[in-house]
Design a protein around this ligand. Structure first.
Ligand SMILES: NC(=O)c1ccc[n+]([C@@H]2O[C@H](COP(=O)([O-])OP(=O)(O)OC[C@H]3O[C@@H](n4cnc5c(N)ncnc54)[C@H](O)[C@@H]3O)[C@@H](O)[C@H]2O)c1
Length: 302
């Protein structure tokens, strides 16, 4: 099997000054990509900034003969998103791959969370991905080729105490992935998401014995595949940690068409509505597909 190379390809990795983003940047650069290493260089809670994090990763890449430039704009504003994509264009003339990875944490039980904790986390994770993806997608549409990888999280897809802001943003990224995969399909653009677990400054206090098994480097091979021309999937979300990769998908039960549509009928049929019956699952590929499934259920009943 041919080794997956990125010669002639240009990748933007946001938040690549450390942790997972640094690992993705090194992986793609080793495989020949020209990499824009973006990082604001702030603390885990988003405070402060420093150019050194991104610059250090660029030094690492150039030390093994790779090609990279740094960028220190924030993903969290529309101007920042434009500037990041423009920096890649200025340095390398095109953009083939975007990995939306930048992130911060402001955890607190929801009833104690103030609005700055909500705004800052939504701004970096969710709006950040929108703001960088939009100018990148415009270029990808023109060249009729592109790969976008969003970084979601089990926190938003499955739920986690103390992360209402973060979980909501990360679930939003799953929705963004689905929508952009549909919009990009006719232009050679594939958009997928990962929900990683890795030992970084974000998780250093919570992983316990698992920490040694789940290096950031163990996540990057999946990102490299999803970023490659040979990637055959779009709109998918993958759980990835320590070399284990699994698909996460949104499914719905077979459902029940209520003969009498009342609150009491919902109560009386809830166990059938909720029933997890593997044979009867639907996993709609789009809103259109979901509408077709509903139409079939309703039209079959009448
Ligand atoms: N580590 C895990 O187990 C885990 C689990 C699920 C999701 N994630 C996600 O993976 C991504 C990477 O996280 P990590 O664990 O490597 O943590 P990290 O803190 O090491 O990396 C995040 C990087 O993003 C940068 N950043 C923050 N705000 C930015 C902004 N406005 N503009 C540009 N860069 C900014 C930070 O400076 C930092 O270098 C995040 O989106 C995180 O939510 C991580």
């Amino acid at each position: 099997m041919a080794y997956l190379r990125f010669d002639g390809r240009v990748a933007i990795i946001t938040g690549a000054g450390g942790g997972l983003g640094r690992s993705h940047a090194l992986e793609l650069a080793r495989r020949g990509a020209h990499v824009l290493v973006n990082d604001l260089g702030g603390a885990l809670d988003g405070s402060g900034s420093s150019m050194s994090a991104a610059d250090r990763v660029v030094d690492e890449i150039t030390s093994f003969g790779g090609v990279a430039v740094s960028n220190h704009d924030s993903v969290a504003t529309s101007d920042g998103g434009q500037a990041i994509v423009q920096a890649a264009l200025d340095a390398f003339g095109r953009v083939d791959v975007l990995v939306n990875n930048a992130g911060i944490l402001r955890d607190k039980a929801f009833h104690k969370m103030d609005h700055t904790m909500i705004d800052s986390v939504i701004d970096v994770h969710l709006k950040g991905a929108l703001y960088v993806s939009q100018p990148a997608l415009a270029l990808m549409r023109e060249q009729r080729y592109g790969r976008i990888i969003n970084t979601s999280s089990a926190s938003g897809l499955f739920g986690n105490f103390g992360q209402a802001n973060y979980g909501a943003a990360k679930a939003g990224l799953a929705g963004l992935t689905r929508v952009l995969s549909i919009e990009g399909a006719s232009h050679g653009i594939k958009v997928n998401a990962i929900a990683p677990i890795a030992s970084t400054r974000m998780t250093q206090d919570i992983l316990g014995d698992l920490a040694v098994k789940v290096s950031p480097e163990s996540v990057s091979p999946l990102v490299a595949y999803l970023a490659h021309e040979e990637c055959s999937v779009t709109g998918h979300i993958y759980s990835v940690a320590g070399g284990r990769v699994a698909r996460i998908f949104v499914a719905e039960t077979r459902g029940v068409v209520l003969s009498e549509n009342t609150a009491e009928a919902v109560r009386d049929n809830l166990s059938r509505i909720d029933e997890l019956d593997a044979e009867g699952y639907h996993h709609p590929s789009s809103l259109d597909d979901e509408t077709t499934i509903i139409a079939q259920a309703l039209l079959n009943v009448s």
